[in-house]
Design a binder for this molecule. Structure first.
Ligand code: SAH
Ligand code: SF4
Length: 387
């Protein structure tokens, strides 16, 4: 057993001082250390104890303080009296025939948020949300039809990764380290919400996800997608350091004003200027330009040629996303041969132009379809409550 079990390094603080259990998820290492001091850990021990607790939470994924066996029993009891590392409740887990898994999670206040796990041959991508709803109103996006309910906390953002790791049985266990059996290799902030309108919480959460003594997903395997919140883009590169994707979707301001209305505030020229300043931009760290393929709206050969001209000078990959319809949407997915013709023009100009295969369509888990099911569930629940 550790020295902690022989010589207690904290004094007990009466339980009544802290009324409800506080979640430790989402706290930075410094904030975690402060919390431990608050419950009686001596200052000179706090850094080491915080590091031990951190590893239990983020490296091993334990949910019960009593399992943290290198800490004294007394300290573990104190921890479980004051704190929690509980995850949000999984309201539903839907499994697509293509292996995609969609988690509907209930967070504080009874709100619901979605995360989607998309397995591929040589990678597994977890798509997470940053807000409940969205303030922006992109006309082709289902989330955009819902008002912003609230920003997610850093803890709620990290918790989406933790819930998926729980479900996928991905935490290391006695059978050995998880290296070689990692299921979540990549994280994309492409779920509900605009991550750059919840900057600090997204940043703090991603720092935890990247931390080497924990979940340890490299910054180069995390992609943040923004609709184009120009003032925060360079800051994201500096303070988070992950890869960037931009919801571009149109090649003229007239069309982009309609599809991505934030364009009225920061137009294509301003956006491109800012993208050129994104830190560490290089061929190995290219910006992904997301381009939703909408029939007869933005999918002509002229659009493809304009797109190539616009992005020239920026290390870029162009990700073509066939439009995913949702009930009430006013757009149609471009025909397959149109998508191929568009991709060929972009490709011939020297840009990778992968077409994103829609995944999890049968469970409404594809891009831009999120939140729809949960809203329906909420409405039906409301009806039930009224009866
Ligand atoms: N708010 C951020 C991230 C979430 S959206 C953003 O807008 O970038 C993730 C991606 O899905 C964006 O590129 C978005 O434009 C795209 N998307 C939204 N609705 C879609 C739909 N119905 N079909 C296909 N892609 C969609
Ligand atoms: Fe919000 Fe992104 Fe949807 Fe636009 S595309 S409404 S920014 S979630």
């Amino acid at each position: 057993m550790s020295d902690a079990s022989i010589s207690p390094d904290f004094k007990t603080v009466p339980r009544t001082i802290i009324e409800t259990k506080q979640s430790l998820l989402g706290l930075s290492r410094d904030a975690l250390r402060e919390k431990l001091i608050e419950v009686g850990v001596k200052e000179k021990q706090a850094k080491m104890r915080a590091s031990q607790v951190w590893q239990w939470i983020y490296q091993k994924g334990v949910q019960d303080f009593m399992i943290m066996t290198n800490l004294s029993k007394e300290f573990r009891t104190t921890m479980s009296e004051h704190f929690t590392v509980e995850r949000p409740e999984i309201v539903t887990l839907q499994k697509s025939i293509d292996g995609t898994r969609k988690y509907l999670l209930r967070i504080a206040g009874g709100h619901e948020v979605e995360a989607v796990y998309i397995p591929d041959e040589n990678r597994g991508t977890l798509c997470i949300s940053s807000q409940v709803g969205c303030t922006l109103k992109c006309t082709f996006c289902h989330t955009g039809t819902q008002n912003l309910v609230r920003n997610l906390t850093a803890g709620e953002i990290v918790a989406q990764v933790m819930v998926a790791r729980d479900d996928l049985d991905e935490w290391p266990n006695d059978s050995g380290p998880q290296i070689g059996r990692r299921k979540i290799t990549n994280v994309v902030l492409m779920g509900m919400g605009e991550p750059l309108y919840n900057f600090e919480n997204v940043r703090d959460a991603m720092r935890i996800v990247m931390d080497n003594e924990g979940i340890s997903i490299s910054r180069r395997r995390i992609t943040l997608s923004t609709s184009g919140v120009v003032p925060e883009i360079v800051r994201a590169g500096e303070e988070i350091g992950c890869l960037l994707a931009v919801s571009f979707h149109a090649t003229t301001d007239d069309v982009r004003d309609i599809l991505v209305p934030i364009n009225k505030k920061w137009n294509i020229a301003k956006l491109l200027d800012t993208l050129k300043q994104y830190p560490r931009l290089s061929n190995s760290e290219r910006i992904t330009f997301e381009y939703v393929m909408l029939k007869d709206v933005n999918d002509s050969d002229d659009d493809a040629r304009r797109l190539v001209r616009l992005v020239s000078g920026i290390p870029a990959k162009i990700n073509l996303i066939p439009f995913n319809p949702w009930p009430g949407s006013n757009y149609t997915r471009s025909d397959w041969d149109r998508i191929e013709a568009f991709a060929a023009i972009v490709n011939d100009a020297g840009y990778a132009s992968p077409v994103r295969t829609p995944r999890g369509e049968d469970i409404m888990a594809a891009c831009g379809q999120l939140k729809s099911a949960s809203e329906k569930i909420r409405k039906s629940q409301l009806k039930k409550e009224k009866v």
